[in-house]
Ligand binder design. Structure first.
Ligand SMILES: Cc1cc2nc3c(=O)[nH]c(=O)nc-3n(C[C@H](O)[C@H](O)[C@H](O)COP(=O)(O)OP(=O)(O)OC[C@H]3O[C@@H](n4cnc5c(N)ncnc54)[C@H](O)[C@@H]3O)c2cc1C
Length: 393
């Protein structure tokens, strides 16, 4: 197994680094490096810059307008963006629904939906989870009844990330109650402007409304928005979840946040405390180990082996690391990390002056926000079950 990059790959990395340096707006990267609030406009501005270059769909094949990069090139692109302080691309369009449309949608659907995703113009949301149907997703109840050339959708989705901005939502809906629950699910693309859709924000522990409830009350959806075959949606959903879990590992962001942790620890005067430094060192070792795991996946992909079955493992380790760096940041700032104040969140963490509410307020919010990582995209307990079955046998 060869984990080193080739000269061509290193040249590619330089090319990406230069482009990101020249094109990532300074005000956005400043926000990312200091954990300040990112607005919808910030996220979409960066998405459109990538879209214009043809890189918002960085994982896409050339056939669908993507750059056709290898697994290693995709990794290097993600790494350069993260280290430079680019916001995480909202994954629902380019990373999640697009591969499903490419693999299972018809030509008309591909022509209709992929360009808006590739350019960053259209904001997508994910409508999988329901109250009572999270880990046990196949029990979902939102019903879609075929009436002529339409589906009539009734039910409720929940935890819909950034659904308040969503223009389209891809949903798993129940089209049959016959047989096993998995065999009665279909995959529908729904215009969120359709009459009968209500989006209600949920306020989270960190004070933000990052997730929503989405209600469907006799929503009419043209049957042409069905992906693939009716009642085969579960297969398409599984295809998508593998993409989601690899994306959640986010080792590159962890590398950037490790540097921020060190900056915070120095500014707050705990970097010289050997016990605190031990914790940073342990975290760093784990991040390097996760990176090695990612590189092993890439190396296996280069040699043509299928390696997505360890996606669950990447998700478990990556999410635990994300939680640990936010915990250590909070500990470094001590009680000053606690308050949640919008004005302070807008100010961000500012390493130039030590301590105090304004300097440290975002740390607690980040800490609370990151509790989600071991739950979403399939909880870590459930991932461990999957790893036990698929990897350990
Ligand atoms: C911030 C955030 C954003 C999200 N965004 C979206 C989104 O955009 N779209 C979307 O569709 N969903 C989204 N989700 C939903 C997410 O996928 C679910 O929360 C997740 O699948 C867990 O389901 P649940 O919350 O119903 O918990 P439950 O399934 O009720 O689980 C409760 C607890 O029981 C454990 N558990 C359950 N089953 C097992 C088992 N078999 N073995 C061992 N332990 C088990 C779980 O690990 C968990 O600790 C989001 C969630 C969060 C927190």
């Amino acid at each position: 197994m060869d984990l080193a990059f080739t000269p061509d790959e290193l040249a590619f990395r330089d090319e990406i680094r230069t482009w990101v340096k020249d094109n990532l707006p300074a005000d956005i990267s400043q926000k990312v490096h200091n954990a300040m609030r990112l607005t919808r406009e910030d996220l979409q501005r960066w998405a459109k810059i990538l879209g214009k270059k043809g890189w918002l769909g960085w994982g896409w094949p050339t056939q669908f307008g993507g750059p056709g990069w290898t697994a290693v090139q995709k990794h290097l692109f993600e790494e350069e963006c993260a280290l430079a302080g680019a916001p995480r691309v909202v994954p629902f369009g380019p990373v999640m629904v697009a591969p499903v449309i490419m693999a299972f949608g018809n030509a008309e659907q591909q022509q209709r939906f992929l360009p808006g995703i590739a350019s960053g113009e259209v904001w997508w949301s994910q409508g999988y989870s329901e109250p009572g149907s999270g880990s046990d997703l196949a029990s979902l109840k939102t019903r879609a009844e075929r009436v002529g050339d339409k589906y009539i959708v009734n039910g409720q989705k929940t935890w819909t990330t950034l659904g308040q901005y969503g223009e389209w939502i891809f949903c798993l809906v129940r089209t049959s109650t016959e047989g096993k629950p998995q065999t009665g699910i279909s995959f529908l693309l729904i215009d969120m402007k359709s009459p009968g859709i209500t989006v209600r924000p949920i306020k989270l522990l960190d004070g933000e409304c990052e997730v929503n409830e989405v209600w469907f009350d006799n929503v009419e959806v043209p049957a042409e928005n069905l992906i693939g075959e009716e009642n085969k949606g579960w297969n398409y959903a599984k295809h998508l979840l593998a993409h989601e879990r690899t994306n959640i590992a986010d080792v590159n962001r962890a590398k950037r946040e490790l540097e921020r942790l060190k900056r915070i620890a120095k500014a707050e005067g705990v970097y010289d405390d050997l016990r605190f430094r031990d914790e940073i060192a342990k975290l760093e070792v784990d991040i390097v180990a996760l990176e090695m795991l990612v590189l092993r996946v890439l190396s296996a992909e280069k040699s043509g082996k299928n390696s997505l079955d360890i996606a669950g493992l990447l998700k478990i380790k990556g999410s635990e690391i994300q939680q640990r760096y936010t915990e250590l940041m909070m500990q470094a700032a001590g009680p000053f990390a606690l308050p949640f104040i919008f004005e302070a969140m807008d100010a961000g963490w500012q390493g130039n002056f030590p301590g105090g509410v304004v300097a440290n307020a975002p740390l607690a919010a980040n800490y609370f926000n990151m509790r989600k990582t071991t739950i979403y995209g399939g909880s870590n307990e459930v991932q461990r079950n999957i790893v036990a079955q698929t990897v350990l046998g």
